[in-house]
Design a protein around this ligand. Structure first.
Ligand code: ATP
Ligand code: MG
Length: 138
C-alpha cells in the first residue's frame, strides 16, 4: 500500500534556486506529488509546526529561519515513503550526509539544510494536516 509523507523545500534551498533540482531528485526516486504549494509562513506558524523542538537551543533560530522567505510544501506518496524520503534527504548535518543525498548536494549547514521530511506515521499525519486541507489532497 502506498504511504504518504510530508516534505518542505526549506527557504535556503528556495533562495538559492534549488527547488526544481530537488523536485527532480524526489521524482527520480519514485515519489508522486499529491499536493504542492509555495508560500511564506509566519514565525508563529513555524513554531507550531516545530513544536516538538520547543525548548531546544536551536528553536528560536530554526523558526526565524523557516519564516525568513518562501518555502515549498509537499505531500508525497509511494511505497515506504516516510523511510525512503529520510534516506534520500541524508543526515541532518550535511557534513555527515552520504553522497547523492539531497542534503549532501544542496544543504549549507545543520540549520539551513534544504529539506524537511516527516520521521514517522503519526508526525506525517500531523504535518500534512497542519498545512493542507482535505480538499487540497488529490
Ligand atoms: P527535519 O525535521 O527538518 O526534517 P531532521 O529530522 O533531520 O530535520 P531534527 O532533529 O528534527 O532534524 O531538527 C529539525 C531541524 O532543526 C533540522 O532539520 C535543522 O534545520 C534544525 N536543527 C537541528 N539540530 C540543529 C542544531 N544542532 N543546530 C541548528 N539547527 C538544528
Ligand atoms: Mg525532524
Amino acid at each position: 500500500m502506498p504511504q504518504r509523507t510530508f516534505s518542505i523545500v526549506k527557504p535556503d534551498a528556495v533562495r538559492k534556486g534549488f527547488t526544481g533540482a530537488i523536485l527532480a531528485e524526489i521524482s527520480k526516486a519514485g515519489f508522486q506529488i499529491v499536493s504542492i504549494k509555495k508560500l511564506s509562513i509566519s514565525k508563529p506558524q513555524a513554531e507550531g509546526f516545530y513544536a516538538v523542538h520547543q525548548g531546544k537551543p536551536f528553536f528560536d533560530a530554526l523558526t526565524t529561519f523557516m519564516s525568513s522567505g518562501p518555502l515549498v510544501l509537499l505531500v508525497l506518496e509511494k511505497e515506504n515513503a516516510i523511510a525512503d524520503l529520510r534516506k534520500l534527504m541524508g543526515a541532518t548535518n550535511p557534513a555527515n550526509a552520504e553522497d547523492g543525498t539531497i542534503r549532501k548536494q544542496f544543504a549549507g549547514s545543520i540549520q539551513e539544510n534544504a529539506i524537511h521530511g516527516s520521521d514517522a506515521e503519526d508526525t506525517a499525519a500531523f504535518e500534512i494536516g497542519y498545512w493542507f486541507a482535505g480538499y487540497e489532497l488529490v
